[in-house]
Design a protein around this ligand. Sequence first.
Ligand code: RIB
Ligand code: CA
Length: 313
Amino acid sequence: MPKAQKIIIDTDPGQDDAVAILLALASPELDILGITAVAGNVPLKLTEKNARKICELAGKPDTKVFSGAIRPLVRELVTAEEVHGKTGLDGPDLPEPKMKLQDQHAVDFIVETLMAEESGTVTLCPLGPLTNIALALIREPKIAKRIEKIVLMGGGFFEGGNVTPIAEFNIYVDPHAADVVFRSGVPIVVMPLDVTHKALTTSKRVAAFRKLGTRVGIATAQMLEFFERFDEEKYGTDGGPLHDPCVIAYLLKPELFKGRECNVSVETASELTMGMTVIDWWGVTKRPKNATVMRDIDHDGFFALLVERLGRL
Ligand code: RIB
Ligand code: CA
C-alpha cells in the first residue's frame, strides 16, 4: 500500500463532521496527525468535546485533539443549534469523553506541524469555518508553500446558500478567514453545496448504517436521523445533504467527484451577500484559477464507501 496521506482535520462537530471523522479514522490510507476544533455549528467548548467523543466512539482515544479559535476573525460567532441540536451531536447518547484535550492551541499545532513535517506532505481538511486555517497562515506565512493542499467543505454557486440565499454556513460564519485562505496560493479543492446537496441521507442509506449493528453504525444512523430533519423539512427531500464526509471521501476516492479549476472569491463587505463564494465556473473573468471546485458526485459510490469503512470500526 502506498504511504498513508498525512492530514489534519479542522472541524466543528456537528453530526456531518462526525461522520467525516469516523470515515478518516476507519481508513488506513490516512495518517491523522491531529484534529483541530473550531467554533462553528456550536461553540468551541462543545466542538472540541464532540471531536473527542467521536474519537472514542471510533475506539481511537489516542487521536490528538486540539482546541482552536473561539470566534471568527472579525464577525460575531453564528452557530447552528437548530440543525445540530444543543450539544452539536444530538441523536445518539454518547458518553462524556475520557481522553484528554491537547494543551497546545490548535493554531500553534497546525503551524508547528507544517514547519516540522517534510514540505508538501501534509493536507489540511477544514470541515467548518476557516478561522484556524487563516490564523495559522497569518501567524506563519511560510506554511503556505509547505501545505500539500487544502480540501475543504464550503461555499456554493448554482446551488446558492444555506444560511442566506447566497452564502453557505462555513464561509458565512467567517468570510474574512475564507478570504485569507482563498488568497493564500495554497492548492485548494472545494466541496460546495452543489456537490453535497447531491449526497442525501435517504432512509435506505440510513438503514444501511443501522444494519451494520455496531456501536458506530447505530450511532451514525441516530446522528443522521437527527441531523437530516432540518433540511428534509426545508427542501422537502428524503434525507438531508451529508456535507463534510465529501472532503475525506475525496482523499480516498477522488474519482467519485467531478469539477474544474476556477476562481473562487469571497464577499466580505456587502451585508446583502456577505460570505458569498463568487465562483467563476464559466471563466468570464481574468481572475486567477485559485481552486478546483467540485460540482458532481457519484453519490451511490460515496455511500457505499462510507458504509464499508464505518463497518470496519
Ligand atoms: O454548510 C454545511 C457546513 O456547515 C457543514 O460543514 C456543517 O457541519 C456546517 O459546519
Ligand atoms: Ca462542519
